[in-house]
Design a protein around this ligand. Sequence first.
Ligand code: S3P
Length: 437
Amino acid sequence: MQRNTDMDITVQAGGSLSGHIRVPGDKSISHRAIMLGALSEGQTTIRGLLEGDDVLATVNAFRSMGVEISRYEDGVYVVQGVGLNGLVDPRKYLDMGNSGTSMRLLCGILAAQKFDSVLTGDVSLSRRPMRRVTEPLQKMGAIIETENDGTPPLKISGGQILRPIEYCLPMASAQVKSAILLAGLYTDGGVVVHEPAPTRDHTERMLRGFGCQIEAHDGTIRLGHVSLGGQDIDVPSDISSAAFFIVAGLITPGSDFVIEHVGLNPTRTGILDILRMMGADIKIENHNEVGGEPVGDIRVKYSTLEGVDVPVDLVPLAIDEFPILCIAAATAQGMTRIRGAEELRHKESDRIAAMAEGLDTLGVQVETRKDGMDIIGGELNGGTVDSHHDHRIAMSFIVAGLAAKNTVLVRGCDNIATSFPNFLDIVRSQGLAVRRD
Ligand code: S3P
């Protein structure tokens, strides 16, 4: 799934957002729905699945391992579960493309299979750290090889008996937590994971929904009795995708619009808290719950934003939203300080470096630290910015272009399709001036 095209996008400032929009399904929930559906006994129907490249990498991996996954219409998939021990040898490398979630969570599942497997990824994924998952899994008895520097490909030896583990996560990472819990499905006696700060808990909620016994209190998650029965899953819209439009609305005068049916799991809503601290007019309407996940409509109005010190405890709850938060900070009055966010350096790109480089090009004063940055808000100039082939960096600078004084050209926007395939369609449907070069 290596992308060789180089889509560049030009954005003209101006316009505003109005009416109602809907963004695609939550990426994290979509991955987990396919994985748990595949490992359960019986049929799982998923509505609202994100059909982005990352989730399709997960779908293809399970298809290669003998799981029947049928697509009925946009976002509607039926998975015929094969049970915990029903996966078959794919007899080829499993290509995870750009998707860290696919690679890390699947590593937990594959560590417990009878067959050997190899997980590969694109250039960006091939640079990302994997010891964070291989180390705890090795403690459970898994045999996994990485490159010398701990990066993919992951070569997993089958036929190992996994042992229960009690593990303190060295960093706040839902992917690592989930890999251990998924491996824990195969242990006799469950696993206990302690996390240093709350991270997204979709795995825990969904395991419970599928019938597992799982307790979570004060940063300790205990997986007990394991039972997985097919489910019906309604995937809410992804707050991480909604965030691009939330900020687009906040920074374009006259905007007043609603994003419908967005997942509002409290482990994901840090971005709303931070933007409200900055003065954003964001209201939640139509609170509801689907499949154990809170949802609601998000109403956003253009607002004058002020810089803030981002509370460190909100960082893991907004971890994927920092690129677009940097754009909000760049248009706000005063300084925004981000600290405790070193994890941003290990995403699809080094997001601290990539955002600082792009903001600097647009004339924004930025100073980086190992674990964050200071951004002094003001006016944005035009210019040419490199996305580093990172979907969230690309979308963030496209949004920045809406509030810039001159044209912004964003290079390398191909990977937007990994998480938000119809992003540009929604931008255009709002009458905003983006053009593919
Ligand atoms: C994810 C967890 C986060 C996030 C990623 C999706 C998940 O990664 O950045 O986009 O679905 O579990 P980390 O666990 O590395 O923080």
